[in-house]
Design a protein around this ligand. Structure first.
Ligand code: HEC
Length: 189
């Protein structure tokens, strides 16, 4: 029994020391211009979803998907999110692939999270990714408005589609122009 326990302890110490050595010697690549492996994506996504689920607000989304609310949500999205998450005419730019993990293009695929999880992800951001926490700059009502917009992004009424009217025609391929947000967007030199 004693040998068994020492064996487990020894293995554990070797694994920890090995892991530390791999990180300390720079064998883990921290560059953003590579693709996460399937295993990493799967593990990270399920951990992120579970974390958002545990911490998401209990109240329901107070913003109904009326045409007016969707147009307001579209404007918030255009001002703060479209540079990374895409516009109808450019749903997935090369810029969105410059992040690790890449930015999901919402005009290509609606977020696969619930409204409450989306609210949490937007308010608090997602660490170790490029997703900022908007809680400090957008009031809760605006976050819910953009959540309602995202939930209806595949079936937008004309007033919301019109928000992307001129933008749709002139959307840059990559990278997007600096946005009117508090955060600094990288600009090509
Ligand atoms: C600087 C780029 C950037 C900006 C600006 C940005 N996001 Fe994100 N966002 C990301 C990245 C990267 C992820 C992927 C995070 C991940 O894989 O967990 C993400 C993930 C998300 C998710 C999780 C959904 C999913 O399926 O992964 C939501 C919801 C979201 N963003 C909404 C928004 C909203 C709304 C705004 C604007 C208020 C916004 N984002 C602005 C980069 C950005």
């Amino acid at each position: 029994m004693r040998n068994f326990v020492s064996g487990i302890l020894f293995t554990w110490i070797v694994l920890c020391a090995g892991g530390y050595w791999i990180f300390e010697k720079g064998y883990v690549n921290f560059a953003a211009d590579q693709r996460p492996s399937d295993v990493e994506s799967k593990l990270a996504r399920s951990a992120r979803d579970a974390s958002a689920d545990r911490r998401a607000p209990v109240r329901e989304n107070p913003i109904a998907p009326t045409e007016k609310n969707l147009a307001v949500g579209a404007k918030i999205y255009l001002d703060h999110c479209a540079g990374c998450h895409g516009v109808p005419s450019n749903p997935e730019s090369a810029f969105s692939w410059s992040f690790y993990p890449p930015v999901p293009g919402f005009f290509k695929g609606t977020p696969d999270l619930s409204e409450k999880q989306n609210f949490y992800a937007i308010q608090h951001g997602v660490r170790w990714t490029g997703m900022p926490a908007w809680g400090g700059t957008l009031p809760e009502t605006q976050i819910w408005q953009v959540v309602t917009f995202l939930n209806n992004i595949q079936k937008l009424p004309p007033a919301a589609q019109n928000v992307f009217g001129s933008e749709s025609a002139t959307a840059p391929a990559s990278p997007p122009s600096p946005m009117s947000t508090p955060m600094a967007m990288p600009v090509a030199h």
